[in-house]
Design a protein around this ligand. Structure first.
Ligand SMILES: Cc1ncc(COP(=O)(O)O)c(C=O)c1O
Length: 397
C-alpha cells in the first residue's frame, strides 16, 4: 500500500471535498469585520446582510451589550464547571425568566440549540417509544433522534394524512413524540401545529416543537408558535434557541417540571460537558427578554420588513416558495445557478447564502434571505435592486 495511513486517509477526504467543489456546494469562509448587523463589512466592503438569524437586531443592541459587560465584571469570564457541579445564580434567573416568558412550569438551558435537541430527544425518547418526525426537520432533530434508542418514523413534510397513518400504525408504543420544526429554516413556512396537536390528542401522542425560528418572531408577544396559534397547555415540549432572535448563544427546553428534572438528571450532553453559557451571555439574554417585552414594536417591524421584501421579490418575478415568515428563499433549481446568484449579489453588495443538496433536496437549490427588524427600508430597496440586476444578468427574470 502506497503512503502512510494518514496520507491515504487525507487523500480520501481530499477526493470527497473535490467532488463537493465540482458540484458547486463547497463553502468558502465568509469573514465579517466589525459587528453583526443589518449591514456588515465583509472582505473590506460594506454590504446589506440578508444572512443572519438576528431577527430583532439584538446581536448588536447597546442595552444588551451593557448588561453583558456588567455581568462580566460581576461574575467573571467563565463558568469553569458543568451546570450540575455549579450553576451560577444568573443561569437560574435566566431559566426562571424564560419559563415565565414561555408561560411554562420550567426551563432547562443547554449549550446551544443543536445540543438542546440532542439532549432532549435522545434522553426523553426511550427504547420502545416512537419518534415521529417531519421529513423537513432540522439536522439537530435528526441527530437527536439517531442518538435515541426509540424507533424513528418520518412523515412527508407537513402532511397530516401521512402523520395520521404513522399514528395509526404505532398505537402500542408506550410514548410517541411528534416532532416538528415550528418554522422550517430552509423554506420559511410555518408548521400546521393546530392540526398536529389535534391528531396528537386524538391518538394520545406528545408534541415536541422546535421553535428556533419562532422565538421572538411569532405571536403577539413574540413568544413563539404556541402563542401564534393559541395552543398554550397543549404542547408537551417547546424547544428554543438563544442564538437567533435573542441574539446570544444557547438553547432551552420549556416544559413541565418533571420533564425538566429528568433532563437535568439524565441528559448526557448537558451533564458531561463543562461548556456552558458564560455568565455575561446569560445576563445579555435576560436583557434581551426585557427589551422584547419593552419594545413590542420590534417583532412588528420585522413582519413589516419581511412582507415588504417578499412582495418585492415576487413582483420582480422570483419564486419565494411557501415562505410565510422572515425566512425568504429564492428558489432557482440547480446548485450552480444558486451559487452564481449568490456570487452576483455579493458582487453587488448584498450578502446572501446559497444552499444546495444535501441541505435542501436536489433540484431545489436556492439563495436564502433572512430579514431583520433592524433593516431599514433603504437597505431592503438596495437589496431588491441588486436582485433585479443579478436576476436579469443571469437570465432568471
Ligand atoms: C430549526 C432549528 N433548530 C435548531 C437549530 C440549532 O440551534 P443553534 O443554532 O442554537 O445551535 C437551528 C439552527 O439553525 C434551527 O434552524
Amino acid at each position: 500500500m502506497a503512503g502512510t495511513a494518514l496520507e491515504r486517509f487525507t487523500e480520501r477526504l481530499a477526493g470527497e471535498l473535490e467532488a463537493q467543489r465540482r458540484e458547486g456546494r463547497y463553502y468558502t469562509p465568509n469573514i465579517i469585520s466589525g459587528t453583526q448587523g443589518p449591514r456588515i463589512t465583509m472582505d473590506g466592503r460594506e454590504c446589506v446582510n440578508l444572512c443572519a438569524n438576528n431577527y430583532l437586531g439584538f446581536a448588536q443592541d447597546p442595552a444588551i451589550i451593557a448588561a453583558a459587560r456588567a455581568a462580566l465584571d460581576r461574575y467573571g469570564f467563565g463558568l469553569g464547571a458543568g451546570r450540575v457541579v455549579c450553576s451560577m445564580e444568573i443561569h437560574q434567573e435566566l431559566e426562571r425568566r424564560l419559563a415565565a416568558w414561555k408561560r411554562r412550569a420550567a426551563v432547562l438551558v443547554c449549550q446551544t440549540g443543536y445540543d438542546t435537541n440532542l439532549a432532549a430527544i435522545a434522553t426523553l425518547a426511550a427504547e420502545g417509544d416512537v419518534i415521529i418526525s417531519d421529513a423537513a426537520n432540522h439536522a439537530s432533530i435528526v441527530d437527536g433522534s439517531r442518538l435515541s434508542r426509540a424507533e424513528r418514523r418520518i412523515f412527508p413534510h407537513a402532511d397530516m394524512d401521512g402523520l395520521e397513518t404513522v399514528l395509526r400504525e404505532t398505537q402500542s408504543a408506550p410514548a410517541r413524540f411528534i416532532i416538528t420544526d415550528g418554522v422550517f429554516s430552509m423554506d420559511g413556512d410555518i408548521a400546521p401545529l393546530p392540526a398536529i396537536v389535534a391528531l396528537a390528542e386524538r391518538y394520545g401522542a406528545l408534541v415536541y416543537v422546535d421553535d428556533a425560528h419562532g422565538d421572538g418572531v411569532l405571536g403577539e408577544r413574540g413568544t413563539g408558535i404556541v402563542e401564534h396559534f393559541g395552543l398554550h397547555g397543549r404542547v408537551a415540549i417547546e424547544m428554543g434557541t438563544l442564538s437567533k432572535a435573542l441574539g446570544g448563544v444557547g438553547g432551552f427546553v420549556a416544559t413541565e417540571q418533571t420533564v425538566r428534572d429528568y433532563l437535568y438528571q439524565r441528559s448526557r450532553t448537558f451533564m458531561f460537558s463543562t461548556g456552558h453559557l458564560p455568565p455575561a451571555i446569560a445576563a445579555g439574554l435576560i436583557a434581551a427578554l426585557d427589551l422584547l417585552q419593552a419594545q413590542p414594536e420590534r417583532p412588528r417591524r420585522l413582519w413589516e420588513n419581511a412582507a415588504f421584501f417578499r412582495d418585492g421579490l415576487r413582483r420582480l418575478g422570483f419564486d419565494t416558495g411557501v415562505s410565510a415568515t422572515p425566512i425568504i428563499p429564492v428558489l432557482v433549481g440547480e446548485a450552480e445557478r444558486a451559487m452564481a446568484l449568490g456570487r452576483a449579489l455579493r458582487a453587488a453588495g448584498v450578502y446572501v447564502q446559497a444552499f444546495a443538496y444535501p441541505v435542501v433536496p436536489r433540484g431545489a437549490a436556492r439563495v436564502r434571505c433572512i430579514v431583520s427588524a433592524a433593516h431599514t427600508q433603504a437597505d431592503l430597496e438596495e437589496a431588491l435592486a441588486a436582485f433585479a440586476g443579478a436576476g436579469k444578468t443571469l437570465g432568471m427574470l
